[in-house]
Write a protein that binds this ligand. Structure first.
Ligand SMILES: C[C@](O)(CO)[C@H](O)COP(=O)(O)OP(=O)(O)OC[C@H]1O[C@@H](n2ccc(N)nc2=O)[C@H](O)[C@@H]1O
Ligand SMILES: Nc1ncnc2c1ncn2[C@@H]1O[C@H](COP(=O)(O)OP(=O)(O)OP(=O)(O)O)[C@@H](O)[C@H]1O
Length: 284
């Protein structure tokens, strides 16, 4: 039987600025997005029963309409009136509700996989257009790589790849709702804005230090006061030689950039099992 296997990769935001709140409640952003080597695995097969069924290794995840994978499959199957069903195995390894676009990336992989399985003939851009109906991060998760994201995050411009480095990821044992964070942001009272244009210039020069120095995320103003553990994890990473460390997306995951592999390993050991961070990964 035909089956499609996919990797759904996580993202970090190297820079995240919010310009204003729109009338519909969404926020206009300017962000530098980066795909990282941490991923979920999906296997998609046709099913005879006409249903969309999802199985996953994480027991607490919904497997019906509340799973973004379900919504992505349904979107294409409704549009193309596919009478056959699909069976999707979701191997979840990206931390959930972490600011790493785990659900969005699963949805993006599902769009790609269903398009392939049923030979719908949609190109990347057409998949990205459909993706934004599921979530603001989904178009980037279809595109992947390094990109400037504008609009609500769906207007994407590819950027030169980030210079090779070691990325330490640490998520404290708390879940943060993206809606809560944006809902409590005072976009018009922000005192500092990250230099996104400076980061773009650093990427063009292949300048890892310059890129790291300009890292900034305005959503930290909401999430860190609520969860001070985020600041402590950032400090541990910097004490262990991170060029810089910051919260990704709406949090609570913190990432640190390291040039030196040994320093990254040491920071990993300091955080893993240290009590503050519950899930720690070292990727590139
Ligand atoms: C924080 C980031 O992950 C950074 O990449 C994204 O901006 C959020 O992307 P996402 O999780 O795919 O967002 P969605 O699922 O579309 O929206 C979740 C909630 O976040 C808020 N939201 C999201 C994106 C945006 N540009 N402005 C917003 O205000 C909205 O209240 C929305 O109800
Ligand atoms: N496939 C999925 N994987 C993870 N969570 C999912 C999925 N589908 C639906 N959800 C629900 O969405 C919520 C947020 O999940 P997700 O892990 O995508 O957040 P996130 O990493 O903060 O995303 P973002 O960075 O895009 O804001 C969870 O509480 C979960 O119940």
């Amino acid at each position: 039987m035909k089956e499609i296997k996919l990797k759904a990769k996580a993202k970090i935001n190297l820079g995240l600025d919010v310009l204003r709140k729109r009338e519909d409640g969404y926020h206009e952003v300017r962000m530098i997005m980066q795909t990282i080597g941490l991923y979920d695995r999906l296997v998609i097969r046709p099913a005879a029963d006409g249903q969309i069924s999802i199985r996953t290794n994480l027991r607490f995840l919904p497997t019906g309409e509340d799973n973004l994978v379900y919504r992505a499959a349904k979107l294409l199957m409704d549009e193309f009136q596919i009478k056959q069903g699909v069976e999707i195995e979701l191997g979840k390894y990206i931390p959930v509700a972490a600011g790493m676009a785990g659900g969005s990336s699963d949805a993006a992989a599902t769009l790609v996989g269903v398009n392939k399985l049923f030979e719908l003939g949609l190109d990347t851009e057409q998949l990205m257009k459909r993706g934004v109906k599921i979530g603001a991060d989904v178009p980037f998760c279809v595109m992947r790589g390094t990109a400037l994201a504008e609009g609500i995050g769906e207007r994407l411009t590819p950027l030169p790849p980030m210079p090779e480095c070691h990325i330490l990821i640490a998520k404290p044992g708390i879940h943060v709702s993206t809606k809560f964070v944006y809902g409590n942001l005072r976009a018009d009272e922000l005192k500092e804005h990250p230099d996104i244009d400076g980061q773009i210039e650093a990427l063009k020069r292949g300048d890892l230090h310059g890129l790291a120095r300009l890292m900034g995320n305005v959503l930290e103003t909401v999430t860190i006061p609520e969860y001070p553990v985020i600041r402590r994890i950032k400090e541990v990473m910097k004490e262990h030689g991170a060029l810089n460390a910051m919260m990704s997306g709406s949090g609570p995951t913190v990432f640190g950039l390291f040039e030196d592999a040994a320093a990254a390993q040491e920071a990993y050991r300091a955080l893993d099992g240290g009590g503050e961070a519950k899930q720690v990964y070292l990727v590139s």
